[in-house]
Design a protein around this ligand. Sequence first.
Ligand SMILES: Cc1cc2nc3c(=O)[nH]c(=O)nc-3n(C[C@H](O)[C@H](O)[C@H](O)COP(=O)(O)OP(=O)(O)OC[C@H]3O[C@@H](n4cnc5c(N)ncnc54)[C@H](O)[C@@H]3O)c2cc1C
Length: 312
Amino acid sequence: MKIAVYCEKMREDGLALIGKARAMAPKSRVIALCEEQDEAVLSCGADELAYLGLVLDDCAQACRVAEVLKTLGPDIALFPATVRGRFISAWAAAKLQTGLTADCTALSITEDGILKQTRPAYGSNLTADILCRERRPQMASVRPGVFPVPASTKRVEDRAFSDLSGLAAPSLLELLAHTPVEGGASLSSARVVVAGGKGVGGAEGFALLRVLAELLGGAVGATRSAVDAGYISYAHQVGQTGVTVRPELYIAFGISGMIQHTVGMSAARTVVAVNTDKNAPIFRSADYGIVAPWRETALYMLQFIKERKGLI
Ligand SMILES: Cc1cc2nc3c(=O)[nH]c(=O)nc-3n(C[C@H](O)[C@H](O)[C@H](O)COP(=O)(O)OP(=O)(O)OC[C@H]3O[C@@H](n4cnc5c(N)ncnc54)[C@H](O)[C@@H]3O)c2cc1C
């Protein structure tokens, strides 16, 4: 079996997919289609690095990816479900006239060797298992953070390398303007997540959490209730219908701890929960529980960290 994995520049999601491809089909040949020449893909388990380079016009890049997949003929092609990964996978699947399951949260191989693609369905009230029996490749994009980045183990010297960066790129987009998005660490790859729930009480509460997150070099997360209440944008939502995170440290302020939230943060190494209700379910997911109002606790943490860093 041949599995192609699309690896974006400066993102670890592709490495996690290489690890998953190796784990679910140990005898397969894993080919990394890379935007940069990064040996990490080989040491993480890919057998071959096909260097594509990066054309910023996503339409053009997707046409190139479709061409490469047609030539390589993999059984399976996996993409991270990032903004670019979603676009390129959908465009390439249409070009190749095959199916695509977007935003998968689990993958496995059936007994008859078909890729089982699992994703939330019907407003996330169900999960659906999807098989692509007829067309090839079987294509899926996978939600970032769902699979861990594997430890690098393989020796890389004898791995194959091909340079496909010279492939023609039909230009279909015209760049009119460039507006950078708001800064801060990416939520799905952040080592520290400072998250708030409905108990944080409003947008100004999240402004304080943002200061704490910046001080810790981390990102701000939120519950769906906080997002629905307009305290913060959806991009920050952690959980079943949001982002999956796996930070070293997750601090939960004013979060009750419903399962739809905790599935998105259960891979965090250390969880600290702050809640005024000592019976809040979040304490069952926490390594350290603080029964106290969130604001006073956050201000205390800020003061403590600033003192430790010599900032005051
Ligand atoms: C299909 C479906 C998908 C969903 N997907 C998601 C998802 O992706 N992510 C998600 O988060 N949720 C999701 N939900 C919603 C989820 O079920 C919960 O409703 C939500 O997580 C609760 O958010 P919360 O903890 O902020 O709010 P609440 O449940 O209202 O909890 C607020 C908490 O704040 C505490 N509190 C109040 N004041 C203070 C204070 N001053 N200091 C400290 N603590 C205080 C309270 O004791 C309480 O525990 C989904 C639900 C459904 C049905």
